[in-house]
Design a protein around this ligand. Structure first.
Ligand SMILES: *Cc1c(COP(=O)(O)O)cnc(C)c1O
Length: 386
């Protein structure tokens, strides 16, 4: 079933993992809205067919498709990105262990590492993702894993991903990367040796801002360990959401390639505009990790952030004046979304700490959708000049 392999990610997104032969002749995978399945013998609880055990036909198709997209052995879908991240960290780490984590990760991940892990006796140190000296100085005898993001909020930093993998191998750490911002279209972590790649499929993989889902992709034995934890913690994806995610994934290459192209043109437009102070986008020559992004990624993604010379007032005016981007949190959908991170994701961070992280009040984050590029640029121009 579904074992064919495909050279390009665009073809894999459509065909990889699909049932062969097709079920009942249906070209599109049906939804198996059934909580339980006929008992086929055996005594292993985790092998019985039951919806919470993530082993229904809808789960299995998605697992094969996601593994194929990143050229990995196996994958597991979850009810949200945070379910994938929390279940994975609780599988890899146990009481007494220490985690190295990239500074300023996604807000939910930051909260989980700082508020939840200590309750299980798991400690952490935050590291600068581009400074191997810093990783070495924070390594402890009980350090078990290292956690980074391929492109990090909200300044779009790209850590030294190759260095992280080497460091993890040298010190016997499990290497994990949240690959949400790059998506499998622009970066496949297992190709450079990461053990585990994590996704909020709520974002680019589904791409339509209409469901929550997560995934972890990597080596089969590790994914199976994570599945066993997920079976107990209960964060599996519902079959109907599996179906929607599978449908969304079929267009991920088309969407992300358009978003790569559009975001680069928008970043260039913003960078030369007199009302714009600075633009953070890995595709710009001015980005501190531009060369690294060129070496590692097939595209620079659809996420950028920028600051206006007029500061917070000008930023608030821009958000009121844009007519195409929708003012909302989240990212990766077909519609452009725009937000002020300091007032939303970082609202609970002390102002001094926000400044240290480079999140000024007037910083604007834009998730570029699949609308016409020129229309988006015209809209931003009228909003900047009004
Ligand atoms: C949204 C997001 C998450 C969390 O995903 P949910 O699906 O909202 O649980 C994790 N990491 C990154 C980088 C994200 O953008």
């Amino acid at each position: 079933m579904g074992s064919k392999s495909f050279q390009s990610i665009a073809t894999a997104a459509v065909h990889a993992g699909e049932p062969d032969p097709r079920i009942g002749g249906a070209v599109t995978m049906p939804i198996f809205q059934s909580a339980t399945f006929l008992y086929e013998g055996g005594t292993d609880y985790h092998a019985t067919r039951y919806v919470r055990l993530s082993n229904t036909p809808n789960h299995e198709v998605l697992h094969r498709k996601l593994a194929a997209l990143e050229k990995a052995e196996a994958a597991l879908v979850t009810s949200s990105g945070m379910a994938a991240i929390s279940t994975t960290l609780l599988t890899v780490l146990q009481s007494g262990d220490h985690l190295l984590a990239m500074e300023c990760p996604y807000g939910g991940t930051h909260g989980f590492i700082t508020n939840e892990l200590p309750r299980f006796g798991i400690s952490h140190s935050f590291i600068d993702g581009s400074d191997p000296e810093d990783w070495r100085s924070k390594l402890q005898p009980n350090t078990r894993a290292i956690y980074v993001e391929s492109i990090a909020n909200p300044l779009m930093q790209v850590p030294d991903l190759v260095g992280i993998v080497k460091f993890a191998r040298a010190h016997n750490l499990v290497s994990m990367v949240d690959n949400t911002f790059t998506s499998p279209v622009n970066f496949r972590p297992t190709e450079i040796g990461f053990d585990l790649s994590l996704h909020s499929c709520t974002k680019y993989l589904n791409g339509h801002s209409d469901l929550a889902a997560g995934a972890v992709i990597g080596r089969a034995d590790q994914i199976e360990q994570i599945r066993l934890r997920l079976n107990h913690l209960g964060g599996m994806l519902d079959p109907h959401a599996c179906y929607l995610l599978q449908r969304g994934i079929k267009t991920v290459a088309l969407r992300v390639r358009q978003q790569n192209e559009s975001a680069l043109l928008i970043a260039r437009f913003l960078e030369q505009h007199p009302s714009v102070d600075r633009v953070n986008y890995p595709g710009l020559e001015s980005h501190p990790a531009h060369q690294r992004a060129c070496d590692l990624f097939d595209g620079f993604g659809g996420m950028l952030s920028f600051e206006l010379t007029g500061g917070l007032d000008a930023a608030e005016r821009l958000l009121q004046r844009v007519t195409i981007p929708i003012v909302a949190v989240s990212l990766g959908g077909v519609e452009s979304l725009i937000i002020l991170p300091a007032a939303t994701a970082y609202a609970n961070v002390e102002p001094a700490e926000r400044l240290r992280l480079g999140v000024r009040d007037g910083l604007i984050r834009l998730s570029v959708g699949i609308e016409d590029t020129n229309e988006l640029i015209d809209d931003l121009r009228q909003a900047l000049e009004g």
